[in-house]
Design a binder for this molecule. Structure first.
Ligand SMILES: [Zn+2]
Length: 176
């Protein structure tokens, strides 16, 4: 499944940085700070998803996969290999499903459950691999959602609180 990369790119351009769309856009982001600090970064995402595209042209190892499941498998392999300081694994099924329906449709909620299950697999792998080191793990969203009154379907990219305010879940591990 492909996603509406434009929608996400537009969201970031307008809502977070307030820059007009269509201009060259290369703000300083987390990945730049990690790169300056000499950290090894991996981004794992489905081909042509927004995350696969908008952080390109940096000192990052990009892993472009075909589906969420391949993203999870690749991420598990990267955790096992332990060659990176920061790994971003991007899941997209929820966004696809909520665009096709509404944000809390049964299909969208099933997709969210898949994301939680996949996150749990990665979190368990991290806990096993890095039991003796310090690390942080986070389950985050790149935006919220709302129902577009003109289509009756899920969307995002506005300045509404529903699109901008998201919950971020963090876990920090310290070796005992
Ligand atoms: Zn979207």
């Amino acid at each position: 499944m492909r996603r509406d990369a434009f929608g996400h790119t537009r969201l970031l351009r307008i809502d977070v940085h307030g820059r007009p769309s269509g201009h060259p856009w290369h703000p300083q982001v987390l990945f730049d700070a990690l790169s300056r600090a000499g950290r090894r970064v991996a981004i794992v995402a489905v081909e042509n998803s927004s995350i696969d595209l908008i952080f390109r042209n940096r000192r990052i190892d990009y892993f472009t996969e075909t589906h969420d499941e391949e993203v999870v498998e690749r991420t598990l392999n990267l955790v096992a290999a332990d060659q990176h300081d920061f790994i971003l694994a991007y899941q997209q099924e929820y966004d696809d499903k909520m665009h096709a329906t509404v944000p809390r449709s049964p299909e969208a909620l099933r997709a969210m459950a898949n994301h939680v299950r996949n996150f749990d697999r990665v979190a368990r792998a991290a806990r096993d691999r890095w039991a003796t080191t310090s690390y942080a793990i986070a389950f985050v969203s790149d935006h919220g959602t709302h129902i577009d009154p003109s289509t009756g379907r899920g969307t995002h990219g506005s300045n509404m609180a529903d699109d901008l305010e998201v919950r971020l879940f963090w876990g920090v591990h310290f070796p005992v």
